[in-house]
Design a protein around this ligand. Structure first.
Ligand SMILES: [Zn+2]
Ligand SMILES: [Zn+2]
Length: 586
């Protein structure tokens, strides 16, 4: 345990005590101690080891705190902190990490609005419910909304891809409204579809760069101008995101787009390949090298489009999602680039919730929204009874929902071929002690069973792995939902031997999910690629809890593309008959 670890533990204690409404002096004692320890150059362990000194000699450290420091040094844990953590609802930790929300405000939010997640807080802000709480106001509400994105990552908040995409979409539209701007594109990790995005990199071609820069600065959402130049301007936009806009000549647009799309690893490999061929590449284009290895500016080959640019180094165009410096250049060279799955390939969505549990919209609304999105089939998969927080379904309520689905399917088919088929599904819970929260004889009546792990996420690796593999071996379980349980910027994956899970899925013909929720994207790109390599079919599902939740399918598609998946690797690109054929026998 370093001084910083111990200081952080005391800070945490102070937060939790304050949240609980403890004595202010007690709270302050922990904060003072944390500050003392944090500013101490010498490690606490050596102060303690020194026989001539005592921990209590340190400013603000009494006998009680000294004892706690010793416990932390000896065991790496603090039982008192663990007790406090159990007492305070989990969401409080998330809330307190939102800049501007201390323990008191977090508590006020939980008490007044029964906030259960950062997403719920965001909704409450948008709906104007926060400003009414005592001590809050419209300004605080707006500030919270802005700071939410930074809540989870104390170092450097990266936006979720979907959040970055929303901002970029608005900004690109604004820039395209500038008569001086010709081509306007986003590059960077946003274009590569990475799950989180740091900065936004935009490229514009124009004969009047100044006018384009003016337009960016005049964007109503520009909060701050960081740098103003002739070819590059940087601003801070909403949620503190940095936007770098570069104006490039039209003959270099493809080269610049390639260069600023990255990744760094991809570009390094590409440069090496170019050098081997006597070429030099940079953001302006491809040039020949002279005998001394210097680029000959006069001999520029190409750079107008990315296709030309890649062709100049002997490669077909490589989709941005694959440009991570893994094996994409080898595949491109061998003509073996995958034909990546697209949103249009998706025929069904096999994981969604309704008002029967924690969804916001009814069964009928969800199905109607799925028809509007052109889907041929959906599975309704509300939570099983273990998820008490979401009012999970017991046998009786589940069977009632299935009767409702039967009726809905009948009415959909009343006037000719139905626009959509609704599958009777369930998201069963993988119980802490093993097994599922609904018996096999109930599951046998389902068309589609998602099994997910929501509880006991802190169990050791062997336990969690065994629980999931047991679910995989259940003949009724079609797919494992969000297989690692991570929540981006909020919660790491639980400890699971994913290799063993993938092997079990392959052996039994169980699908694994790419959960398309932008907070989850679980499996991630590498894991999904590993599943494919093992012969496991993937299901991309939205896990929608509202009709608009169905729109996140594209985020799942991006993740699948980053994994190099093709339509044939994804079970829900099949027709319903095709899907059924692919499902394991039971
Ligand atoms: Zn779930
Ligand atoms: Zn779900």
């Amino acid at each position: 345990m370093t001084n910083a670890d111990i200081a952080a533990a005391f800070e945490h204690v102070a937060d939790l005590l304050e949240y609980r409404g403890d004595n202010v002096f007690r709270v302050r004692a922990y904060r003072t101690a944390a500050r003392t320890i944090d500013s101490l150059v010498e490690p606490l362990a050596s102060v303690r080891a020194d026989a001539t000194r005592r921990l209590t000699d340190l400013d603000g450290i009494g006998a009680d705190l000294a004892g706690k420091i010793e416990t932390l040094l000896d065991t790496g844990r603090l039982p008192m902190l663990e007790d406090l953590e159990r007492e305070v609802p989990a969401v409080a930790f998330d809330l307190m990490r939102v800049p501007g929300l201390g323990p008191k405000k977090a508590k006020a939010l939980v008490d007044a609005l029964a906030i259960e997640s950062l997403a719920a807080l965001e909704d409450a802000c948008r709906e104007g419910r926060v400003r009414g709480i005592k001590g809050f106001g419209a300004k605080t509400e707006a500030a919270i909304l802005e700071n939410l994105a930074f809540a989870a990552d104390p170092d450097r908040a990266r936006l979720l891809w979907s959040e970055a995409d929303e901002i970029a979409t608005r900004l690109l539209e604004w820039l395209r409204g500038c008569p001086a701007a010709r081509q306007v594109e986003a590059a960077g990790s946003l274009r590569r579809g990475r799950e989180t995005v740091g900065d936004l990199d935009l490229l514009v071609t124009s004969d009047e760069p100044v006018a384009v820069m003016d337009r960016l600065v005049a964007w109503p959402e520009t909060a701050d101008v960081l740098l103003r130049g002739d070819t590059k301007t940087s601003i801070r936009g909403p949620r503190g995101v940095q936007v770098d806009l570069r104006v490039v000549p039209a003959e270099s647009f493809g080269a610049a787009l390639q260069y600023f799309t990255g990744s760094k690893e991809h570009n390094v490999r590409l440069r090496g390949r170019a050098r081997d061929r006597g070429l030099s590449i940079n953001e302006y284009g491809v040039s020949h090298l002279d005998a001394a290895g210097e680029a000959l500016p006069a001999a520029r080959l190409s750079g107008r489009t990315e296709e030309e640019f890649y062709a100049a180094v002997g490669l077909p165009w490589i989709p941005p999602e694959l440009r991570e410096g893994r094996d994409e250049i080898l595949l491109a060279e061998g003509g073996q680039l995958p034909r990546l799955v697209t949103l249009a390939d998706v025929r069904g969505d096999l994981h969604m919730h309704t008002t029967a549990t924690d969804g916001e919209d009814t069964l009928t609304d969800m199905v109607r929204a799925a028809v509007d999105r052109g889907l041929a089939y959906v599975a309704i998969t509300d939570h099983g009874q273990r998820v008490t927080m979401a009012h999970g379904l017991d046998r009786r309520r589940l069977l009632a929902q299935w009767t409702e689905i039967d009726r809905l399917n009948e009415s959909l088919a009343a006037e000719g071929p139905p626009p959509i088929v609704v599958l009777k599904g369930i998201e069963v819970d993988i119980l802490e002690k093993g097994g599922l929260d609904l018996p096999d004889e109930v599951l046998a009546g389902a068309d589609w069973v998602v099994a997910s792990l929501h509880y006991g996420q802190n169990q050791p690796r062997e336990r969690i792995t065994a629980r999931i593999i047991e679910a995989i071996e259940n003949p009724h379980v079609a797919v494992i939902g969000h297989p690692t349980g991570r929540l981006l910027n909020r919660r790491p994956a639980y400890d699971v031997d994913l290799e063993a899970v993938i092997a079990a899925a392959a052996r039994t013909g169980t699908f694994l999910e790419i959960n398309a929720n932008p907070w989850r994207l679980d499996l991630d790109d590498r894991q999904a690629a590993a599943a494919k390599a093992a012969g496991v079919k993937i299901v991309i599902s939205t896990d929608a809890h509202s009709t608009r939740g169905l729109d996140v399918m594209r985020c799942g598609i991006l993740q699948a593309r980053r994994a190099g998946l093709e339509a044939k690797d994804i079970a829900n690109t099949r027709t319903l008959a095709g899907l059924k054929k692919l499902m394991k026998k039971r």
